[in-house]
Design a protein around this ligand. Structure first.
Ligand code: PMP
Length: 435
């Protein structure tokens, strides 16, 4: 494959990329298979990030490619407003049966995590209006959260850098994040900090529940640096939301589809929110698609309130909602997860992963290591994470710097030998990057 030269690197305004600097240090991927990406120079790189937290079944899955190809030939597209198609219903039914926790049995399709988040926020606001409580419009989010880049999600960005350039957004209050020094180097769910959920009661006392539509949190936060919820914290949020009649939304764009060793984090910890936003692993990253899982009561409120002959109950949807090609990709992906028992594998091998990443404790500069399921975050001194990532890349492993944290979320097909390679590479790269 011919790579573009500097003059040809013109028109593409690259996302979340230092466009000015890219030309001087361009990095290209040209192919991908299984656990590996092929770089522009032909080197095979072990992918510890499943692309961008999405290729959970590994790269280049033929089953998905075949399903997409067949669907394109059978029906490439159909208007999803007022028309349905069989695969849309089949996929929604499968998601309710196999992925969503009990009670979340309606699915709204989107094309991305950002769209799933904004869809859930709009559902929350209209829901309260339909209930005659239209003053409930404000949202509560959390510091260090990432909820995508559309207007709703960016208003609720707890990573303030993502929010500050864009001016006024939705009204929101922010809970503190749950990274506590006393939990440093915890394995699995940290023991301290469930009481941080009580900050929600303080916000409610100040704002009044009659003004708050929903609380949104990543139950297992990714981009903020793999922040694992303290034991009991999510349960407490649920209790407080219930006491005050506030919807609880879990943003599981990263966590769902096996990443935490179960179909969802909600299911894993036994806390059922009112909505769950998903995307990424839904199609193994192969075709853009997202899905919002909703409680039946929310759906019923929309379809049973008001005049049955009126316009659509929810004036919201995308040209590509439940795109047939995305549905085909998602169905093939869910088959792979099931047939290869990948969620179970992720859960089992996460023990070995945990031991491996925690063996890096004691290396120079390593301030904290967090893990859960097939996720890990390693905190380093300011400015070092990018250098470590550059070093591992030289050594044949790609890791992602998120602020001062190295974050990893390997494909769920990972085996022990891959974990050994990742750990050995970091063992060398972390000190080397600080010399
Ligand atoms: N929510 C969370 C928790 C995410 O991690 C992401 C993406 N990393 C999004 C939303 C946005 O997803 P997308 O990039 O598909 O719009």
């Amino acid at each position: 494959m011919t790579l573009p030269n500097k003059d040809q690197m013109q028109a593409w305004w690259m996302p979340f990329t230092a466009n000015r600097a890219f030309k001087d240090n361009p990095r290209f991927y040209v192919a991908a298979e299984g656990m590996y990406m092929t770089m522009g120079d032909g080197r095979q790189i072990l992918d510890t990030n499943a692309g961008l937290w999405c290729c959970n079944a590994g790269h280049g899955r033929k089953e998905i490619a075949d399903a997409v190809h067949a669907q394109l030939l059978e029906m490439d597209y159909g208007n999803p407003f007022t028309y349905g198609h069989p695969k849309g219903f089949e996929l929604a039914n499968r998601l309710v049966a196999d992925i969503a926790p009990e009670g979340l049995n309606r699915v709204f399709f989107t094309n991305s995590g950002s769209e799933s988040v904004d869809t859930a926020l709009k559902i929350a606001r209209q829901y309260w209006r339909l209930k005659g409580q239209g003053t409930k419009t404000a949202f509560v989010a959390r510091v260090k959260a990432y909820h995508g880049v559309n207007w709703g999600g960016v208003s609720l960005a707890g990573l303030t850098g993502n929010r500050k350039s864009f001016g006024q957004g939705l009204e929101a209050d922010f809970l503190r994040h749950t990274l506590l020094p006393e939990n440093a180097f915890s394995k699995g769910l940290p023991k301290q900090g469930a009481e941080l959920a009580h900050e929600l009661s303080d916000i409610i006392a100040m704002r009044d529940a009659s003004n708050i539509a929903a609380v949104i949190v990543e139950p297992m936060a990714g981009a903020g640096g793999v922040i694992v919820p303290p034991e009991g914290y999510l349960q407490k949020l649920r209790e407080i939301c219930d006491q005050h009649n506030i919807l609880l939304i879990f943003d599981e764009v990263i966590a769902a589809y096996g990443r935490v060793g179960a179909a969802t984090m909600a299911g894993k910890v036994g806390v059922t929110p009112d909505m769950i936003t998903t995307a990424k692993g839904l199609t193994n990253g192969a075709v853009p698609m997202g899905a919002v899982f909703c409680k039946q009561e929310i759906y019923d409120t929309f379809v049973n309130t008001g005049d049955a002959s009126a316009v659509p109950e929810f004036l919201h949807g995308y040209t590509y909602s439940a795109h047939p090609v995305a549905c085909a990709a998602a169905l093939a992906t869910l088959d792979i997860y099931k047939n290869e028992k990948l969620f179970e594998h992720a859960n089992t091998i996460s023990q070995y992963w945990e031991e491996g990443v925690h063996s890096l404790k004691g290396l120079p500069g390593v301030k904290d290591i967090r893990n859960y399921g097939l996720l890990a975050g390693i905190d380093l001194p300011a400015g070092i994470a990018g250098k470590v990532a550059a070093k591992t890349l030289e050594m044949g492993v790609t890791v992602r710097p998120a602020g001062d944290t190295i974050v990893m979320s390997p494909p769920l097909i990972i085996q022990k030998e891959h974990i050994d390679t990742i750990v050995n590479t970091l063992q060398e790269a972390i000190p080397a990057a600080q010399k």
